[in-house]
Design a protein around this ligand. Structure first.
Ligand code: 5GP
Length: 194
């Protein structure tokens, strides 16, 4: 028997990681539309909001001082410096509250964060969301045009490291067909009753 109740149904914790621009946001948003009871963790970050991003919805946009204080209080389930720049992390309390209600929880986090969760929550499932190919990933990142070229380079450098870590994860889901990827993630989250 797994030591952690995260492996029991309902209320599974699923970590979703994968390289930049692979479509983690799109897949998890679609999952939420289908299964509104799932709790998608809202991360905190020290980066500035992009146009259209809303504080408390897409992220909690914190100052470095706010982030320091949260770490000091032990309020972060995990946190990491992503793309060598800003800090991102998962506030612990909302995740614990959702689990206490028996809800499945999705954490959309980076490789470093996934490793931390694997250590601290052994019952969590880890999913690696992979692109159909490296070329497709580059096309998606450049095509979405939300980052300047220098930032794109930085993200591709991180992506190379993340792609090399695929075998650490419990399962790989290739994000080729969106509906299939969502279905596969739903099964991992113990939601495939449909
Ligand atoms: P973006 O700046 O594009 O919103 O996010 C960049 C990356 O930060 C995401 O691809 C994701 O891997 C990572 N990230 C987002 N939230 C968290 C978090 O709470 N913890 C960790 N460790 N990484 C996160």
């Amino acid at each position: 028997m797994p030591a952690d109740s995260a492996d029991e149904k309902p209320g599974r914790v699923v970590v979703v990681a994968g390289p930049t621009a692979v479509g983690k946001g799109t897949v998890t948003r679609r999952l939420l539309e289908r299964y509104p009871d799932v709790y998608l963790s809202v991360s905190a970050t020290t980066r500035k909001p992009r146009p259209g991003e809303v504080d408390g919805v897409h992220y909690f946009f914190w100052s470095p001082e706010q982030f320091d204080a949260a770490i000091d209080r032990g309020d972060m389930l995990e946190w990491a410096i992503v793309h060598g720049q800003h800090r991102y992390g998962t506030p612990r309390s909302a995740v614990e509250a959702a689990r206490a209600e028996g809800r499945s929880v999705i954490l959309e986090i980076d490789l470093d964060g996934a490793r931390q969760v694997r250590r601290t929550m052994p019952g969590a499932h880890s999913v690696f969301l992979a692109p159909p190919s490296w070329e497709v990933l580059v096309e998606r990142l450049v095509g979405r045009g939300t980052e300047p070229p220098e930032e794109q380079e930085r993200r591709l450098a991180t992506a190379r490291v993340e792609m090399a870590a695929e075998s650490e994860f419990d399962v790989t889901i290739v994000n080729d067909d969106l509906d299939e990827a969502v279905g596969a993630l739903a099964r991992e989250a113990g939601l495939d009753h449909a």
